[in-house]
Each structure stands twice: as C-alpha cells, then as structure tokens.
Design a protein around this ligand. Structure first.
Ligand code: SD4
Length: 338
C-alpha cells in the first residue's frame, strides 16, 4: 500500500475511533440533560448568566464563519466588557473599596496556551490584554502595574473605567459599610442587586476545538489588590482539548481553594456528565465549610468535547446562556441549597 493510502486509511480509522468514543460518552448521558445525544462537531458557545446571551451572539458570528473557538470567546466577552451598564465586567465595573476599578481576566486555547491579567486598571478589554500576554510574552500571567504597563505599551487606550453610576453607588457604600475587609460582602447589595456576576465563556468550533475566556471586575468593594478566581488558570477557567472546558462565577476564594474549573474538567475526564461534574465541584465547596457555603454563591459551567454541556451552583439564581446552530436559550442551573 502506498504511503498516501496508508495515511488516508489511518486518518479514517482514527476519525472513526474518535467519533465512536464521543458517541459512547453521549449515549451514557443522563436523560434530562438539555441537548440531544447527537455527536457532531457542531459549533456551540455557552456563557455564564443571562447577559451571556449578547456575548454569545458575537461569539457565534466567529464560529458560524468557521473561526477558532479562542477567537470566538475573546470576541464574545468583549461585549459585556464594553457595556457601561454591566457593573461586573470591564467598563462600569464596580470598584474596589478604594474606588479603583481593577479587572481580572484569562483566556485559554485548544493547545493549552493561556494568558492572564489580574488587577489591571484603566483598560476596558482585559481579555484582549490577557490574549496578548498569551501571544506575545513567554509568561502566562501579568498583574497590577505590570499588566497595565504592558497593555499601554502595546497600544491599548487608557480610560477611566469608573462610570458616574458605579462611583455614586460606591460613595453610598462607603457611608454605611465599615472600611475593612468584609466576609460576606459578596451577598446582595441593598435592593436585591447582585454585586457580582462575571462572564465566563467556553466554546467549541467546527473543527471540534475548544477555547475559553473569563473576565470580571471582581467582587465589588474588595480590598485593593485582591485577585479572585477569574484570572487563575484552573480556578476560574480551564480548557483541555481532549476532554472539555469549564468556567466559574461567584465567590472566587471558594473556587480557588478547590481549583474548581480544573476539577470539573478532570471529573468529566473520569466520565461524569458536565452537570454532574459541576455538581461534584459545588459539593466539594459545601463539604469543606457548610456554614460558609450556605452564605455565598458559586456556579460552574462545563462543556464536554462531545458538545454536551451543564451547570450547577450552590444557590438558586445562577443562569447560563447557550447558542448553537439550533437554539439560543438561557437555562437556570440546578443548585444545592434552596
Ligand atoms: C471573583 N469570581 O472575583 C469573581 C466574581 C464573580 O459572580 O464571578 N462573581 O471572585
């Protein structure tokens, strides 16, 4: 047999083996999972919270045209980053207790390349700075002044991210709250306003490759210099192109302690459905400190290489947005405590 024919035969056999593996995984799936157990390379994008819907629309344009998952997620999360009305991401994000808007973000591609920035100031698109760290430096993570300096030296515009609305709210907060680290500041603000959200997004492109991005202004009124889970590879985001991708939202300290997103991906590697993997990670947080876990929110979102997805949270109220060729929908995640 000629080398070319051998190669073609080998490629066909390997593709068949990969598809068979993905099919078996899908067949083993639980019945109430939201997608049918088809196994395709159909592109899909999923992201945290209801505002993920608009971000998904932007990401989908990249996927629809055959673009890479990593490009799709970067494009997608830039939408809430640029939205001054979204007070948990980028421009208009709620500041730290000193009145400074500091951003955390990370990105990861199908080759395990990754980039991250933490405590970045004055630059709207933290995710693109993280991408540039990934593409242009030998490092994974830049923080604080170093991250801001890198961004400005590389053409990012210096902007004031503190909008009048977020400034006003912060001044109100200063009047009532003690100027000291608060354990449960992550709970609801007066009037039932959520003071944390974050966008985490994971996607699969038409080649079956995965990518993920996570970007946030972090917990409102945090101590200056505080870094959450969102820019930490393995905590706020993890992508393993053989298995799947996961991202998180909620109280970052809880997620970091269990290296949450990496845990979710590893649980999927062991054969768990995406939702089951997210649930196990949530249960691990609850088992560590049940009293604390009852007071805070953490949600995980996972996408398996088969295209199946799922989520799970500590508390009620965590939603996630899904878009593929067939549907565009916001789901409510199941939760541990009611
Ligand atoms: C953080 N995980 O800074 C982020 C905030 C968040 O829902 O996701 N809130 O800890």
């Amino acid at each position: 047999m000629s080398d070319r024919r051998k190669f073609v035969k080998f490629s066909l056999l390997s593709s068949a083996a990969i598809l068979a593996g993905r099919y078996l995984f899908a067949k083993a799936a639980t019945k109430d999972a939201p997608l049918p157990a088809t196994v395709t390379n159909d592109p899909i994008v999923i992201s945290t919270w209801d505002f993920g819907k608009d971000a998904n629309t932007a990401a989908w344009e990249v996927l629809r045209k055959g673009g890479r998952a990593v490009d799709a997620v970067e494009t997608g999360v830039k939408i809430p980053e640029a939205d001054p009305e979204n007070q948990t991401v980028g421009l208009g994000g709620r500041p730290d207790r000193d009145g400074r808007v500091t951003l955390d973000a990370c990105i990861m591609d199908e080759n395990s390349k990754c980039g991250s920035v933490a405590c970045l100031e004055h630059v709207v698109h933290a995710i693109s700075v993280a991408r540039m760290v990934m593409e242009k430096t030998p490092h994974v993570m830049l923080v604080g002044d170093g991250a801001t300096q890198f961004a400005l030296e590389n053409g990012f515009k210096k902007e004031n991210l503190l909008t009048p609305k977020s400034e006003q709210e912060w001044k109100e907060w200063l009047k009532k709250e003690k100027y000291e680290p608060q354990k449960n500041i992550e709970n609801m603000l007066p009037g039932g306003v959520r003071n944390h959200d974050t966008i985490g997004m994971v996607a699969m492109d038409k080649n079956g490759n995965l990518g993920g991005a996570c970007t946030t202004s972090g917990m409102a009124y945090k101590m200056h210099g505080r870094v959450g889970d969102s820019p930490i590879i393995g905590a706020g985001l993890y992508v393993d192109n053989e298995v799947g991708a996961a991202t998180s939202t909620g109280v970052g300290e809880e997620v970091i302690r269990i290296v949450g997103s990496h845990l979710v991906v590893e649980l999927m590697r062991q054969g768990l459905e995406p939702e089951e993997a997210c649930k196990k990670a949530v249960e691990r947080i609850a088992a560590r400190n049940p009293e604390q876990a009852k007071l805070v929110q953490v949600g995980f979102l996972a996408l398996h290489k088969s295209g199946r997805f799922g989520a799970y949270a500590l508390q009620k109220g965590f939603s996630y947005a899904v878009k593929n060729g067939k549907e565009e929908k916001v789901y409510d995640a199941k939760h541990l405590y009611s």
